[in-house]
Design a protein around this ligand. Sequence first.
Ligand SMILES: *Cc1c(COP(=O)(O)O)cnc(C)c1O
Length: 404
Amino acid sequence: MTLPPNVHDAEPIPATARDAIDALMQSGDLFRYTAPQDAPVALLEAEFAELLGTKYALAVSSCSAALFLSLKALNLPRDARVLIPGFTFAAVPSSVVHADCIPVLCEVGANYRVDMADFAAKLDDVQAVIISHMRGHTSDMDAIMELCDERNIPVIEDAAHSLGTTWHGRNIGTIGRIGCFSFQSYKMINAGEGGIMITDDSELIARAVIMSGAYEHNWKKHKGPHGENSHELEHAFANWQNHLPLYNLRMSNLSAAVIRPQMPELARRVRDGLANHDYVAHRLNGSPYIDVPAPLAPEQRAPDSIQFNLVGMEEADIRAFAAAAEGRGVKVQVFGLSEDNARAFWNWKFLPEQVDLPQTREMLMKACDVRLPVRLTRDELDLIADILLASVAEVTGPVPVYGT
Ligand SMILES: *Cc1c(COP(=O)(O)O)cnc(C)c1O
């Protein structure tokens, strides 16, 4: 019997990371600000900014830390209202609460993207927006930026799980004022933990750098494009010196040494992830009971999982489907049906304001999530698709055949 693949282990870390890690073990130089220049964290920031095509990058301890620092860098007043999608990871409303702001939730559609009518209706009441490209699904960034630019509302992109996704050919994370990414193990680049924020705004990066823990004059080790300390950047740093709290959310050199050798792997991971996803999506869409929502036209995704909606099934059938798939060895997460799920907004009981979002709730009750690590082979993908389709058939019975 062929066993379904293990979908939880990541790819091995490239062997080239070993040399960099051995050198760090020898020197003991794990703190980003000890070396006068070229510390692994500083090199990672320069390489990441160049890869994404932005001026500045700041590496930190997690994407949650990057989101928190982004809100603090925007200098929002206490209790500022921040619009976030109702479908996201609990880290997003948590970062808003951490920054002493109030999350305002907006509806998400059956295609996992921000509902633009609800977004527009709630926009006049908020001072900032965080868009989560949840599992890489990109909301209509053209409409979002137009609405926010008109009102001068800053947009933070939570691209934690979207590294490598593009919109009109442009990297996700570079469209809003700030973009935040994660290096947690389930994301495209794996350091166990870690995050990074990018921006073209010297004022925002200077504030974020200082608050991330660049105490005294450590900010002098942060450079602009081409390793230069531009006048603009120095001016911003000098301006904020001693005026901001230091939250110490720095990245260690060890994490950077694990991340940097994975950057050249990104293009391949993106390509394989998309091909794998589209292959399984095509097979699943062959069932009348499964709908894999199509991407918006400008989006090119970098998926390492697949999401699909079950069509015409009641909750009991959906539970039976998930149990059948699990019995055959494929774990299906139905966001709204698993206990205490961190992506179900009704479990965010720490929010200062509770709301109901009927449309998002309905989506969460039937949206299924299956991991598809980019390293899977065609045979393994077929096995997963076979199991999902067989589990649907087990619950729904044979597809009716009309005529004779
Ligand atoms: C993983 C994730 C985060 C949190 O990232 P951490 O680095 O674990 O803090 C935030 N938002 C989304 C959409 C994520 O997938």
